[in-house]
Design a protein around this ligand. Structure first.
Ligand code: GCV
Length: 697
């Protein structure tokens, strides 16, 4: 029997209800009382110049105001009070006495003012996109019952590039996608109906995302076929009104596998000419094309090593063809050997990104950005930050975060990732013993790089709720908000999201915020605590507990658990030396057992099960306890949700309840699998006598 809660829309039959698809842009109608504070807002929306993006901004403002406040709001110019929407130069012409704040690209200013007897609500952007972002910000404030009567607020993006990546295959399947089939592709072609692509761009714009790579980084070269480029133009056309640039994942071997050349050697002039022609062809069809995301020499993807060339040779060759058009290359640092000899205790996959890219620092062109996963392995539930963030000083960089929950419950289990991302972004690399948080490095602020930013692997699909679970959409929302402003705290982000998605009932907001904010630690507790990795099925579905699958293979996600102890020794003294890739001040934290934080202990050290943690518990007892605590806390999520019937619409209430009840059962499966496994391995009994007994779910 298919559980309705897990059923995803397959693209046929009746489309899902509009409200679910609108996620946090629901614009739920307000009652008369809560609409009152907005009674003074103008009823006319005037744009100061014509453009596709401003047209969207105007329509969005009208729709949002009308729906929330039940008022008739009109477009048009003329006298009287009005919202004025436009770029800074246009605003200056219209209201010459204005003192505009300095705005960076995509920044905006919301300001209430008076001019020639008119009360004006200004939504001014440094560019059209900024205006659109200003409109979304304003509507969000109204939806969250914020006071905007005398607003004077300028907002700037922290980093220039804020992209999402979709791992969509041309056949419509999404690699590590849990929200149904692709919104872009089906049966080897771009979908005829791109309504969802446009709706997605609207959602992305509302959180400040300005680019989207639409196809899998395990790339299909067919996207470069002459008959395919006009199809991609269709997606670009759907994105354009929302200021989202379309981008492609590129297979470096395309010139050869498409049959045009007998080589893809990046230093061969024929190859460079092929890419130049191809890129010119793309820009003729899509003048605002964003550029490429490239995965090379990784997990079977072709790359420059085929010809003994470097990643810089490959990235620059393509970047030079993109440069005249303003395009960029996101070149992924996720390069490692997945046939590592597991018997060699010095081998370490965690070292790969730094080993591959640090020696090339300074060799990449200015429109190349090295896209680095937050951790050195692969989106595990707990990893330290990648040392490569500190290892590139003359190269642009971006942080890659995974919105789709590949290793963190695949959207069937609640795991709000913003607290994890926030820890990574705030992590202080102490370069030259100075405060150097990762967020400043990726925005290019520390070494004055021309660009940099954020890439989030979203993998939304045709499911009504995009990710297959409406609570998981908090991760997409949170990614965008952090990319815009990484100084925001998880508490602020989740409160915004909950209010926008479920309304302003304080009980609902408190409950959902608490559930979301606790969910990452809960998931960590019942899967893989102390930095051991998720202990999941590494060679299979990346979902079920299967701790032995990490070992005795070349994938390098080893935890090295044996009869005596557990953990990867990555120290300089006796281990793989990975810790040596961090700046000295960080090495000093991780190298000594005495200062290594418990939460990352097994990532950095191999210790006996009887090792005593800073918490005072032994490692083995911590593993037992955290799994039992985690399973109990997971059950508690459902209990908290059960306080909300009647306060949340029935459809979402039931859907989410079913998921949380399922999660509670899965947490018990995890708890028992991991605890029994480690008990059998170590032979050390649980002090509380729970492990090994038949459990009662
Ligand atoms: C797109 C992990 C995932 C792969 C993914 C890869 C990557 O290994 O399991 O599905 O491939 O990361 O990020 O390239």
């Amino acid at each position: 029997m298919v559980n309705a809660a897990f059923a995803v829309w397959n693209g046929t039959g009746a489309p899902p209800a509009a409200s679910e698809t609108e996620a946090w842009l629901r614009y739920a109608p307000r009652d008369a009382e809560s609409a009152k504070p907005y009674a003074q807002l103008p009823s006319r929306v005037e744009v100061l110049h014509e453009s596709l993006v401003l047209d969207s901004a105007q329509k969005e403002l009208i729709a949002g105001m009308s729906r929330m406040l039940g008022r008739s709001v009109q477009a048009g110019s003329g006298g009287g009070n009005a919202f004025l929407l436009g770029s800074a130069p246009e605003a200056r012409k219209r209201v010459p006495e204005l003192k505009l704040p300095a705005l960076k690209p995509d920044g905006y200013w919301l300001k209430v003012t008076r001019s020639r007897g008119q009360r004006l609500f200004l939504i001014i952007g440094s560019n059209d996109r900024g205006v659109l972002y200003g409109v979304f910000a304003l509507l969000s404030k109204i939806a969250r019952e914020q006071d905007i009567s005398n607003i004077d607020e300028a907002e700037q993006p922290f980093a220039r590039l804020r992209w999402v990546n979709q791992w969509d295959n041309l056949d419509g399947h999404i690699e590590r996608g849990y929200g149904g089939p692709s919104i872009f592709f089906a049966d080897g072609k771009v979908r005829y109906d791109l309504t969802r692509a446009g709706q997605y761009a609207r959602l992305l714009a509302s959180i400040g995302i300005n680019g989207c790579t639409i196809n899998n980084v395990n790339a299909d070269p067919r996207v470069f076929r002459p008959d395919f480029i006009p199809q991609i133009k269709g997606i670009a056309d759907a994105f354009r009104p929302w200021g989202v640039q379309v981008a492609l994942a590129a297979d470096l071997s395309a010139p050869k596998v498409l049959g045009d050349l007998d080589t893809f050697d990046p230093v061969d002039p024929k190859v460079a000419a092929w890419w130049k022609n191809k890129i010119d062809e793309i820009y003729r069809a899509i003048p605002d094309f964003g550029g490429f995301t490239i995965k090379a020499d990784s997990e079977g993807q072709p790359g420059p090593s085929t010809y003994g060339r470097t990643h810089a040779d490959a990235a620059n060759m393509i970047a030079r063809a993109l440069k005249p058009h303003g395009g960029v290359v996101f070149y992924r640092a996720f390069v490692y050997n997945h046939h590592l000899d597991w018997r060699n205790l010095k081998n370490d996959r965690a070292k790969a990104a730094y080993d591959n890219f640090h020696p090339l620092d300074g060799e990449f062109d200015d429109n190349v950005i090295i896209q680095i996963k937050n951790g050195p392995i692969d989106f595990q539930v707990r990893e330290p930050v990648s040392p490569l963030f500190a290892g590139l000083r003359r190269t642009n960089e971006a942080i890659e975060l995974q919105i789709t929950q590949e290793y963190t419950g695949q959207q069937r289990q609640l795991c709000f990732l913003v607290p994890m991302w926030k820890e990574a972004l705030d992590f202080d690399m102490r370069i030259n013993d100075k405060h150097t948080p990762v967020k400043a490095l990726v925005a290019g602020r520390v070494f004055h790089r021309p660009t940099g930013g954020f890439a989030g692997v979203a993998n939304v699909g045709m499911d009504a709720s995009w990710l297959g679970n409406s609570l998981a959409m908090a991760n997409l929302y949170g990614f965008g908000r952090l990319a815009w402003d990484p100084d925001l705290g998880p508490e602020k982000i989740i409160e915004e999201w909950t209010r926008l998605t479920f309304g302003n009932d304080p009980e609902v907001v408190r409950t959902i915020d608490r559930m979301q904010l606790s969910s990452w630690h809960i998931y960590e507790n019942y899967t893989g605590p102390l930095g051991a990795g998720t202990l999941t099925n590494v060679t299979g579905n990346h979902y079920d507990p299967a701790p032995e699958s990490s070992e005795r293979n070349g994938w390098g996600q080893w935890h090295r658990a044996d009869r005596e102890g557990i953990g990867m020794d990555r120290t300089l003294a006796t281990g793989t030396g990975f810790i040596g890739q961090y700046p000295p001040a960080v090495q000093k934290i991780y190298e000594p057992l005495a200062s290594c934080p418990d939460r990352l202990l097994l990532f950095f050290h191999h210790v006996p099960y009887t090792h005593v943690l800073h918490s005072g518990k032994t490692v083995i007892q911590h593993i037992y306890d955290s799994h039992y605590d985690g399973a109990e806390e997971a059950a508690g999520l459902g209990e908290q949700w059960k306080t909300l019937p009647g306060r949340v619409d029935e459809a979402r209430y039931e859907e989410i309840l079913a998921l949380l009840e399922y999660q509670a059962r899965e947490a018990i499966v995890w708890r028992d699998t991991i605890c029994n496994w480690i008990y059998q391995l170590s032979g050390i009994a649980d002090q509380k006598g729970r492990v090994g007994r038949r459990s009662q779910p």
